[in-house]
Design a protein around this ligand. Structure first.
Ligand code: DC
Length: 230
């Protein structure tokens, strides 16, 4: 009934393609909820690091899961806040070293299985723009619109560098580019739900688009697919 009216937009792609900024803006335009699924994996990565566990350990990481309470809500400005055992960890999960932890724990099938319902349940209750690596292929295979967002490695590294410098992180383009290449490789070559475009995804390369153009491009796809205004 109510489900008939719900719209789901899946945005997948490698790190630094602009997924989160674009997805958030598109969600705001149409009044949908924005779900950053990378933040959920980052929260597990942070939990692993705090517990002193090797994030590749396929026994130790899953053993942590029953003792974790992971949830999210939205701040007054619409930003997604992540909670780990009741603590707001939205800041700590963005530290650069947590990226690699998140990528490592996300390759463990038991971690992916554990987080699947949380992601699916969100899309059952509200219209969503959900971004990640496997949203169109695994989490929301019936999403009304699937976008595979990418950009050249150079463009992605430069954008991520600008984001980190703006946050006051002390990093170089070389650090960012090599970290990104390593993560792309991990995420695309893992056996469990690897990063790849769904067959029915619309591919969008943002290398030569401004942020505003990228947002308009995706908004046009949403309007066309769902017959919405916005
Ligand atoms: O989007 P992000 O860079 O914050 O994601 C951090 C890591 O989480 C990423 O390297 C791979 C993993 N991830 C995933 O495996 N599946 C998703 N749907 C989202 C993120």
């Amino acid at each position: 009934m109510a489900d008939m009216k719900l719209c789901s937009v899946a945005i997948d792609g490698p790190s630094g393609a602009g997924k989160s900024t674009i997805a958030k803006a598109v969600a705001a335009r149409f009044g949908f909820i924005y779900v950053d699924t990378g933040a959920i994996y980052r929260t597990v990565g942070l939990a692993g690091r705090r517990a002193g566990v090797d994030p590749h350990d396929t026994a130790a990481v899953p053993a942590l899961l029953p003792g974790l309470s992971i949830c999210f809500d939205y701040g007054p400005d619409g930003s997604q806040r992540m909670y780990l055992n009741g603590e707001d960890v939205s800041g700590p999960i963005r530290e650069p070293e947590i990226s690699m932890y998140a990528s490592a724990v996300s390759a463990i099938p038991a971690v992916r299985a554990y987080l699947l319902d949380m992601q699916r349940d969100t899309a059952k209750k509200q219209s969503v723009v959900m971004d990640g690596r496997d949203i169109g292929t695994v989490v929301l295979p019936d999403a009304g619109l699937k976008v595979y967002l990418t950009a050249s490695p150079e463009a992605r590294a430069k954008r991520r560098l600008a984001e980190l410098l703006a946050k006051g992180e002390n990093v170089t383009l070389e650090d960012v580019a090599s970290d990104m290449a390593q993560r792309d490789k991990n995420d695309a070559t893992r056996a469990a739900a690897p990063l790849r475009a769904a067959e029915d995804a619309v591919r969008v390369d943002t290398s030569d688009m401004t942020l505003a153009e990228s947002i308009e491009h995706i908004c046009a796809l949403v309007r066309g697919r769902f017959g919405l205004e916005g």
